[in-house]
Design a protein around this ligand. Sequence first.
Ligand code: ATP
Length: 517
Amino acid sequence: MANQDDFFKKVVAHAKEYGFIFPSSEIYDGLAAVYDYGQLGVELKNNIKQYWWKAMVQMHENIVGLDSAIFMHPRIWKASGHVDAFNDPLIDNKDSKKRYRADVLIEDHIAKIEEKIEKECEKAHKRFGDAFDRQQFVTTNARVLEHQKKIDEIHERYADCMNRNDLDGLKQLILDLEIVCPISGTRNWTDVRQFNLMFAMRSGNVSDRTSQSDKMGSVIDDSDTLYLRPETAQGIFVNFLNVQKSGRMKIPFGIAQIGKAFRNEIVARQFIFRMREFEQMEMQFFVRPGTELEWFKHWKEERLQWHLALGIPADCYRYHDHEKLAHYANAATDIEFKFPFGFKELEGIHSRTDFDLSRHSEFSGKKLQYFDSELNESYTPYVIETSIGVDRTFLAIFSHSLKEETLEDGSTRVVLSLPAKLAPYKAAVLPLVKKDGLPEKAREIQHLLMPDMMVQYDEKDAIGRRYRRQDAIGTPFCITVDNDTLTDNAVTVRHRDTMQQERVSIDQLPAYLKAKL
Ligand code: ATP
């Protein structure tokens, strides 16, 4: 498929056409950065959540689940630091009136220089063929070294401004780099301001629509302000003692939760990558102080393995260690994925020290400690967090799976080669013709399989078109019922990715499919 932008447009169009994702409130012209999951989207999304829950909760005897409320006591967000520090630096272009994240403008500028390095590498690769040694090239080629030097200099200034919260410095950097607004093409920028990402509403009149929308996007800090949670993690911290005591949990142990989170993102133009309402899968792992960096390493590796187990190639993932650590962290890394618009964060793994529990102790006046009977002492546990967006995982898997293939006969097919365990429908049962008792036999097979998996029945159009429809929604197996089925009690199973066909006896079919899934 053509270039990145075109491909991304195809991803968005395919998601809509086949009932995976619709823009929210579409008949009212939509609501920016909010999306609805359609009949197939909800299946894929549920399967992703189940796959995570199984791996994190069911397969770990020392990790348990939680489902805490979205609304929480307002002081929680004071304690967590979100009221004071959950900000992004924003900047407006005075000509186009478009708003940007100042940090993203700078990061995009760096990405453009990185692209130049990539182009130099590609050119050299073509020139030297198999003898091309990338490592040697990027450490010796003069043009690459010059680009890299520029990147390092920008990085240094940028990290320094972010660490010192120097908004004027950020603006100066944008001016010095001569970054222009992609819409107006001008450098007519406002000053950089901090923007709090939490959606807020007055607790006294949560149902009052007027005051609710008044609060959207504004920065407020009153003690009677309720917030829509910007992350699920705090629900876990404030339940730490409840779970530990009622579950008789021994350190090290984890609490996992899947749930909605809300952020008033300044710029949200990347489909479900950056939404204002989204879902997170988070796990907080409580450990002895001093062991946190070992556990950080453990979870960093284990989470990457979870991704790789989906069968997506390893070169689609990379770690990005943080240079600027959040106020609560002593180590942090992202697992980035090669999205259609480049490598971007998919999951964060953070060593959060004892920051959260200590702050909640301080703000609530309740002691949030653990008595370690082996050490015979009480302490505030340290925490390793793994935090991944459901929607970003959806986008990663969906966009990677969407392919346009040219077949041997020159025709093309669009196939969504989803990992079979995540596919909305596992099988489609297709009678070859709509007569001779084949539909009845096909319905029988559908009902045989339904208790174990999602199965679709389709009798409309020629068999080839039906295969294409199933390819486009990612169904791994098509089961064709033909005239021979009535005598040999067997069906043809067609595999989505290879398009190969096998004859399988109906008695064996449920076990055959379950083994493949
Ligand atoms: P970014 O730098 O991309 O804004 P973040 O560092 O703020 O992300 P975290 O606070 O670490 O993100 O949140 C954990 C995970 O939640 C992210 O890795 C991402 O998968 C998901 N996530 C965060 N914000 C959004 C959003 N606006 N829309 C969809 N998913 C999100």
